[in-house]
Design a binder for this molecule. Structure first.
Ligand SMILES: Cc1cc2nc3c(=O)[nH]c(=O)nc-3n(C[C@H](O)[C@H](O)[C@H](O)COP(=O)(O)OP(=O)(O)OC[C@H]3O[C@@H](n4cnc5c(N)ncnc54)[C@H](O)[C@@H]3O)c2cc1C
Length: 398
């Protein structure tokens, strides 16, 4: 019976494991369903990893390796999937040696995210081979050494979409175009300039995929834009981004899930609705970069250390946080009072230039001018010692 079990050996889970080990907690078990630890970075071979947590600029596979090395001494069980969570820190686990139950004093959910697959995007057309998400494409390329297509159409312009372009460049292939339904790209500029002028891939905003054509293989896509519909020949479709937290365990189990983030709801001490469970990293909300996930893993581990020492305040005395007026979500969803400085994080549904307000029972406690984009995280600082008697916090745009 480990004291702490961590679900997921990505940046969040491995950083949490390292933090717990460094605090002298030795009976930690990390469970990872893949054959190797390291999480999503393992197959994203472009640079851009490790800046926030290691202060280095590595490729994804190097970063994954360094995370595993840094967690040396912690038991990591790979090929092991957690199939259910039960009250009080009891897990059902399936590995190469069969099924078992594991009970621990604390469990950290660090199961990451996945991109929205074709089925969930409700795309029309035929169902040929060659339609995939970025993660599957990169695994196919870097793990399997395969070349799934030569002229794919890239759907989406989130940061991950540019990761797909870099993988295409590594393969020596060039996507026919990258399309975005919104009037501007989702990632930061100059992403579109780099795509066009450095990678040679046209970027078309205001353009929506309506149909995929082809029998065995993808032959074309039909897109819609201000000028009407257009059929574009291509041999693959890369559906990038539109991430959803890998929160099936929380949803199927007894843990509260937030509608806005689609991840488990937590308080400002990283506790889920069952205080034996904590959560950190991308399982909490659609994608952030790996450094943010790793630092959340570290902070959640610090909270677990306090929980094991019996130092955490009760989990039922919290103030709920709700969102209004154009905010997609805010998390943590509950604030624990009297715990000093903390942060809430929020995202907008659409680009917003205006004000962001945080209200406590109708009283404004923060009011600031923001320029927010859907892919950028908004930080809302909060001093929980100043809030002695609030019953509800509301974050809203104006
Ligand atoms: C294509 C792509 C490119 C990216 N590029 C960058 C970049 O350049 N720089 C950057 O900083 N970030 C980048 N990101 C974001 C980065 O990958 C994530 O922020 C980071 O991996 C999140 O870490 P995590 O630990 O929360 O989740 P993950 O890395 O997703 O790890 C979660 C782990 O949990 C495991 N797991 C899930 N469910 C279970 C279960 N039931 N049982 C056991 N194990 C389970 C998964 O197998 C996985 O290994 C990119 C993301 C993608 C998809």
């Amino acid at each position: 019976m480990p004291q702490v079990t961590i679900i997921g050996a990505g940046p969040a889970g491995l950083t949490a494991a390292r933090t717990l080990r460094d605090a002298g907690i030795h009976d930690i078990l990390v469970l990872e369903r893949n054959p190797e630890a390291g999480g999503l970075p393992r197959f994203a071979a472009h640079p851009g990893w490790g800046m926030l947590d290691f202060h280095r600029l590595w490729s994804g596979p190097t970063y994954a390796k360094r995370l595993v090395e840094a967690a040396k001494g912690v038991t990591i069980a790979t090929n092991t999937t957690v199939t259910a969570v039960h009250p009080g820190g009891v897990l059902e686990v399936s590995g190469l040696d069969g099924q078992r139950r594991i009970e621990s004093r604390a469990v950290l959910l660090a199961a990451g995210i996945r991109e929205m697959p074709r089925g969930a995007r409700l795309l029309s057309g035929t169902r040929p081979w060659g339609v995939m998400n970025t993660g599957a494409f990169q695994e196919m390329v870097y793990r399997g050494g395969q070349l799934p297509f030569r002229r794919p159409m890239v759907i989406g312009t989130e940061l991950v979409s540019f990761s797909a372009l870099l993988t295409a460049q590594h393969l020596g292939i060039r996507p026919v175009a990258m399309i975005e339904a919104a009037p501007r790209i989702t990632a930061r500029r100059p992403g579109d300039w780099i795509a066009r002028h450095v990678l040679g891939v046209p970027v078309r905003t205001g353009t929506r995929l309506t149909r995929i054509e082809g029998l065995d293989r993808v032959e074309a896509v039909v897109v819609e834009h201000a000028g009407g519909t257009e059929r574009i020949a291509c041999d693959g479709v890369l559906l990038t981004g539109r991430f959803v937290p890998e929160a099936a365990l929380a949803r199927a189990g007894h843990l509260d899930v937030d509608h806005g983030t689609a991840g488990p709801a937590i308080d400002t001490l990283w506790r889920c609705s069952d205080p034996a469970y904590f959560a950190a990293g991308n399982v909490l909300r659609p994608v952030e970069h790996s450094g943010a996930a790793a630092l959340e893993g570290r902070d959640a581990a610090r909270s677990i250390i306090r929980a094991l020492a019996g130092e955490l305040p009760p989990s039922d005395a919290t103030v709920p946080v709700t969102v209004a007026g154009g905010l997609r979500y805010a998390y943590p969803q509950r604030v624990v009072l009297g715990q000093g400085a903390t942060q809430l994080y929020a995202r907008v549904l659409q680009e917003h230039r205006g004000r962001l307000r945080l209200m406590a029972d109708g009283r404004t406690i923060l009011d600031r001018v923001i320029h927010a984009l859907p892919e950028r995280r908004i930080r809302i600082p909060l001093d929980t010692n100043m809030l002695t008697s609030a019953s509800r916090l509301t974050a809203e745009l104006a």
